[in-house]
Design a protein around this ligand. Structure first.
Ligand code: ZN
Length: 502
């Protein structure tokens, strides 16, 4: 066990060192450093991969004698990761990395010019390589899931892609969840539209950038984000990164004329960071010290951002601090700001969507990805399919592909199968919040009193400390008594819409 632990710790060190370089690239590096940095990161990632996907790792795993439950979990997860790392031939991994590096640049240009034709050929290559990857991983997934596992050919392929982000997830199950969501949300959005708009003018009032920054950080700190083991910087796109349990960093961006960008960006990323900081210290420098799935990770960010940060109790508690700092807020009150932060309105851009319409954006991407991977949709037909989907689901159509099928970076990165985790995470946040309420009582009262420690403590106990020792399903089962279930989130959102819209 000692030899295996040492070996895996060295690999973690390499990965974390690469993460430091990537973080620096997005936050402080001068643009001229890009090429050298690409080499440095590629070298570190490659050495980490070669050290891990090796006979040495295999023999250390086989000869390890686990003495504790953590040992046993470590061996199990190392074996699982190794099976995946060795299943894909190096030329395919290299081809995917190269294709996505090119696709990322092409996507940025295509988006700028709103020209799908610039990106299309790159996406074709990505879909082709991703399909090859899925077909190589499928037998492994089928073996792990056992005899009852019998999806269609196309779904088996998509399952293999999902598995990288949401281990154990099934396309059929996710499709059923989305069908359920759709049947509730489409009529709800129409209902809301019929009630007239909420005044969202307060969101657009000028708030100086330093004040936005300070207020966001004060709240992240109040939530429990440990600034001796974390920090915030500026970047073009907000993200969270970890260099180990004791150094978990977040980034944000600030728009002086739209404060939700920075505030909710910070609260969202702080939710991710609280998860990483809360992993049990005994898992440090092992592959167990990571989020167990992107869905569970997103449940943490969404819970702090939405269930806490968009609640009326939150605004009643924090509004005075905002008003005392923001000159243009003198005529506002906690309820007007709270209501504005919860307005529901079909919009074109996923990352700016409200809580209700958000899932419909994700559903559109999930549907198109399934069709692409199944070979039923040609890359050239994506823009039309996108616009038709927007019309059906949200009743609006983008005028340009820039505001449509070119808005997200994920496909250029080869990350097909990623989008559904955003919705899964949101639904999981509903389940966890519901279960927490059964354990802790009135959660709004806790928020109103700023008793965030109770909320964080519950999450630490039930979610964070485990790292990858429990699967997403085990975490949900143990914490809430059931597997994935859209019910609690639907009840939460119905409640909120009623209180905002009457
Ligand atoms: Zn997130």
């Amino acid at each position: 066990m000692d030899a295996l632990r040492q070996h895996l710790a060295r690999i973690q060190d390499l990965r974390h060192a690469a993460a430091v370089l990537e973080w620096d690239q997005e936050t402080h590096m001068p643009s001229g450093g890009a090429e050298g940095r690409a080499h440095q990161v590629a070298t570190l990632r490659q050495v980490a991969h070669e050290t891990f996907a090796s006979d040495a790792t295999a023999s250390l795993i086989e000869s390890a004698s686990p003495e504790t439950e953590v040992d046993a979990d470590l061996v199990r997860i190392a074996r699982r990761d190794l099976a995946r790392a060795t299943r894909l031939p190096a030329p395919l991994v290299g081809a995917l990395a190269e294709a996505s590096a090119r696709a990322k640049t092409a996507w940025a240009e295509a988006r700028q010019d709103s020209d799908w034709a610039l990106f299309g050929p790159h996406l074709e290559r990505i879909v082709d390589l991703t399909t090859q990857k899925a077909d190589l991983l499928r037998p492994l997934i089928a073996e792990e899931r056992g005899a009852g596992y019998a999806p269609s050919d196309a779904d088996a392929r998509y399952d293999a892609l999902l598995d990288e982000y949401e281990p154990g997830a099934s396309t059929t199950e996710i499709a059923a969840v989305f069908a359920d969501l759709r049947s509730h949300l489409v009529p709800l959005v129409q209902d809301i539209a019929a009630r007239g708009a909420v005044d969202d003018e307060p969101l657009y009032r000028y708030v100086p950038e330093t004040i936005q920054w300070e207020l966001g950080m004060e709240i992240a700190y109040a939530f429990g984000y440990d600034l001796e083991r974390g920090r915030q910087d500026l970047s073009a796109h907000p993200f969270t990164t970890t260099f180990g349990i004791d150094d978990v960093r977040i980034t944000t961006r600030v728009d002086p004329n739209f404060f939700p960008t920075a505030l909710y960006g910070t609260l969202h990323e702080a939710g991710h960071a609280l998860y990483e900081q809360g992993i049990s210290k005994e898992l440090a420098r092992t592959p167990l010290a990571d989020g167990t799935s992107l869905g569970i990770h997103e449940s943490q960010s969404r819970l702090w951002e939405n269930q806490v940060g968009r609640s009326r109790a939150f605004w009643r508690r924090h509004f005075p601090a905002f008003q005392s700092q923001i000159g243009s807020w003198m005529d506002l009150n906690a309820d007007t700001v709270w209501r504005a932060c919860n307005r529901v309105q079909p919009s074109l851009i996923r990352v700016e969507a409200d809580e209700v319409t958000y899932h419909l954006h994700v559903l559109l991407r999930f549907t198109l990805e399934r069709e692409l991977i199944a070979g039923r949709l040609a890359v050239g037909d994506v823009p039309d399919a996108w616009n038709a989907g927007m019309e059906t689901l949200l009743g609006i159509v983008p005028e340009t592909d820039r505001d449509g099928c070119l808005q997200d970076i994920h496909w250029s990165l080869g990350a097909l199968g990623y989008f559904p985790t955003y919705s899964l995470g949101t639904l999981m946040s509903g389940q966890l919040w519901d279960a927490m309420g059964r354990d802790l009582g009135d959660l709004d009262a806790l928020v109103a009193d700023g008793e965030y420690g109770a909320i964080l403590g519950w999450l630490r106990e039930n979610v964070h400390q485990w790292g990858r020792r429990k699967t997403a399903t085990q975490i949900l089962q143990d914490a809430t008594g059931s597997g994935l279930d859209a019910g609690p989130w639907l009840a939460y959102i119905r409640d909120k819409v009623e209180s905002v819209y009457g």
